[in-house]
Each structure stands twice: as structure tokens, then as C-alpha cells.
Design a protein around this ligand. Structure first.
Ligand SMILES: Cc1cc2nc3c(=O)[nH]c(=O)nc-3n(C[C@H](O)[C@H](O)[C@H](O)COP(=O)(O)OP(=O)(O)OC[C@H]3O[C@@H](n4cnc5c(N)ncnc54)[C@H](O)[C@@H]3O)c2cc1C
Length: 335
């Protein structure tokens, strides 16, 4: 079923809580709805606004926004060890994680409490605590607007990488993701190598699926601002991946700099550390600021516009460039 709104405020539909307006917003459930919407003619400008947790509106949107609302999660197959499930694009990601944990299915627990909907998960290949959505996604279902057809891509064709996929590049603006299939497991597969997950799980009585989920939720609640209280979009910047020679130069000057091996002999640096060392953690500029517990997160301190957030982001990028000679790119979709 389609629900259509004209000239609608986006304030409650973006986690930064900025006040911008959209000319038209349509909530849809399934492919038939999408066919009805696009068969009437391709709008000049359109995009999917799912949960709005990874977008920053800097002006009103003079086009059509599409929001998936179907939240169906279903079992596809179960051979006693491997379990295949499907989630519609409108299912809340964390409801999906809880659904799996309740049934003793391993694979999503480290991705607990990431805000947003299931259909957005493959777009930037959401990740946290050493895991990515790509570890569990088997297939992505989508609607191609040019041909009004339903199509699927297997995970291997999705171009998944660090916060990357084909949906951010070749298929951007071409398709609407309608659902994802995932492959989960009954045999325990704890992934504890990242942050305090192991310690927090042990503090809850040991390494069980439920304890890992609760450990991740507790760590996230302690570190990240709740968008319902303080507007933000999680990490505003991606961790930069640099040539080995750049990392070596920086390590000579900053031996304590966190660094991790990346594909192709390159080195991944921690953007939060760079921002912190550039003296910007907790920095405030009017109604916006750099979060005081997690320097990767920019926050709306109340009533800020998208333009104010962007001005702060540019300042942060410039200060990191000046201090370390490293570029940090934005993770958030800026509109
Ligand atoms: C407090 C906080 C913490 C966060 N922590 C993490 C984290 O740990 N790891 C992480 O990876 N991310 C994190 N994020 C970012 C965010 O949660 C993810 O990017 C999430 O997937 C966004 O989902 P959404 O439904 O809100 O998508 P939106 O913000 O609405 O959309 C994001 C992008 O995906 C596109 N898109 C969304 N749905 C579809 C679809 N069905 N078809 C086609 N395109 C689509 C949109 O057009 C847009 O370009 C965090 C955000 C917040 C606010």
C-alpha cells in the first residue's frame, strides 16, 4: 500500500534532526507499489530515504523521497546448521538482529543497535566490532526503475568493501533495494577480537550469543550519542586508508598512532584518533560540535542546520589535513 505526503517536514525522518522539507514523500511496501509509482513517469529527482540515519540534508529536497515500510522477516531454509532468512527493506536492522539472537542464530550479533533499516544495510555495507553486513548477506533484491523490473544480485556481485558497495556507485540512483537474504549459523561463531566485546560478554556471565549482543549494545550506548536526544549520524568520517610510506612517516612522529593492515599493502588509520590529536574532540562551533566521547561523530547541539554541520565537517577535514597530511572522507550522504 502506498502512503503519499506532499511538502513534508523531514525533521523526524533524519537522525541529525535538521529541519528541511521534501516536495513529495511516498511510503511503499512492495515491488507492485514501486511499479505503480514509476510507471506514472520517472521523476526528475528521486532517492530512497530509509531511516535517515546516514544522510544530512543541507537544503530542501525538491523531488520524490521513497521510504520502505514493509517489515517482514521470514525463514527461507534451515538444514539444522545453516539458516537462510529474508528481511524486507523496511525491517528495522536491530529488530532483525534481535530476531536472529532469539532463535539462537549466529552472524549478526556484533552489528547490534546499528540504527536504520535492513534495505540500507548493503548500501554502505554496515559494520562494527570486526563484522560487516557482507559477512551474512547472501543476496540483495531490488527494483530497477528504468525497466520496472525485479532483480537480484548475489553477494559476490555487490562490490562489498569497507563502507562500500555497488549501490553507492554503478547502481546509485538506478535501483530501490526491496529486501535482503542472509545466511546465519547455529554453531557458535563468536567474534571477540575487537574492542571490549570479550570483556563485556565475560562480565555478563560468559560468551553466549545473548551476552555478546548485550555487550555490544552496552558499549555502543556508553560511547555513542543517542540520536533521539542529540542529533547525529554516527561516524561522520570514514577511516582513511593510506600508502604504507605515509603510515611509516606518521608512525615515526606518532608511535602510538593506531594503524591496521588494509588490502594491497596499504594501512588503515583511525579517523577518530586523528581528529582527537588535531585537538578537536569536544570542539564546539555554535549549534554544532565534535562529540566529546567519540571524535568521529559530529553532533547537532540543538536547532542546527545541515549547512552548519557541513561547515564544521570542512573545518575538521582541513585541520586533519594540516596536521597529518591525510584526507578524511565523509561517510554520511550529504544532500
Ligand atoms: C548513532 C548512530 C550510530 C551508527 N553506527 C554505525 C555503525 O556502527 N556502523 C555503520 O556502518 N553505520 C552506522 N551508522 C550509520 C547508519 O546507521 C547506517 O548507514 C544505516 O544503514 C542507515 O540506515 P537508514 O535506514 O537510516 O538509511 P538512510 O540513512 O535513510 O539511507 C542511507 C543511504 O542509503 C540509501 N538507501 C537506503 N535504503 C535504501 C534502499 N532500500 N534502496 C536503495 N538505497 C537505499 C539512501 O538513499 C542513502 O543514500 C550509525 C548511525 C547513527 C545515527
Amino acid at each position: 500500500m502506498i502512503r503519499e505526503f506532499q511538502h513534508i517536514s523531514l525533521r523526524g525522518r533524519n537522525s541529525f534532526g535538521v529541519e528541511q522539507w521534501a516536495a513529495r514523500l511516498v511510503e511503499f511496501e512492495n515491488t507492485d507499489d514501486l511499479r505503480t509509482i514509476f510507471a506514472a513517469g520517472l521523476p526528475e529527482r528521486w532517492m530512497v530515504l530509509s531511516g535517515g540515519n546516514n544522510v544530512l540534508f543541507t537544503c530542501d529536497y525538491e523531488g520524490l523521497l521513497l521510504t520502505p515500510v514493509s517489515q517482514r522477516i521470514e525463514l527461507l531454509a534451515d538444514d539444522g546448521e545453516t539458516v537462510r532468512i529474508h528481511a524486507d527493506a523496511g525491517a528495522e536492522w536491530d529488530d532483525l538482529v534481535e530476531w536472529a539472537v532469539c532463535r539462537g542464530l549466529w552472524g549478526l550479533e556484533n552489528l547490534s543497535l546499528i540504527p536504520g533499516k535492513a534495505g540500507a544495510a548493503p548500501v554502505q555495507n554496515i559494520g562494527a566490532y570486526g563484522c560487516e553486513a557482507a559477512d551474512a548477506i547472501e543476496r540483495v533484491h531490488f527494483f530497477r526503475v528504468a525497466t520496472l523490473t525485479e532483480e537480484t544480485l548475489d553477494a559476490g556481485q555487490c562490490g562489498f568493501g569497507y563502507r562500500e558497495s555497488v549501490f553507492k556507485h554503478a547502481l546509485k540512483g538506478q535501483v530501490v533495494i526491496t529486501g535482503i537474504d542472509l545466511c546465519l549459523h547455529r554453531t557458535p561463531r563468536p567474534r571477540l577480537g575487537y574492542g571490549d566485546v570479550e570483556r563485556e560478554a565475560a562480565a555478563r556471565g560468559g560468551v553466549t550469543l545473548r551476552n555478546i549482543r548485550e555487550a555490544v549494545c552496552a558499549i555502543r550506548r556508553a560511547k555513542l550519542p543517542d540520536p533521539a536526544v542529540t542529533g547525529n549520524a554516527g561516524s561522520f568520517f570514514k577511516n582513511p586508508v593510506v600508502e604504507a610510506a605515509v603510515a611509516e612517516r606518521l608512525l615515526r612522529e606518532y608511535p602510538d598512532m593506531p594503524h591496521y593492515p588494509a588490502p594491497g599493502g596499504r594501512v588503515k588509520l583511525a579517523a577518530g584518533w586523528l581528529i582527537d590529536r588535531a585537538g578537536l574532540k569536544g570542539h564546539r562551533a555554535g549549534r554544532v560540535g565534535v562529540h566529546d566521547r567519540q571524535a568521529l561523530v559530529l553532533v547537532n547541539l540543538g536547532g542546527a542546520s545541515g549547512a552548519e554541520v557541513i561547515a564544521l565537517a570542512r573545518n575538521v577535514q582541513e585541520r586533519v589535513r594540516e596536521r597529518f597530511g591525510v584526507e578524511i572522507d565523509t561517510e554520511v550522504n550529504i544532500l
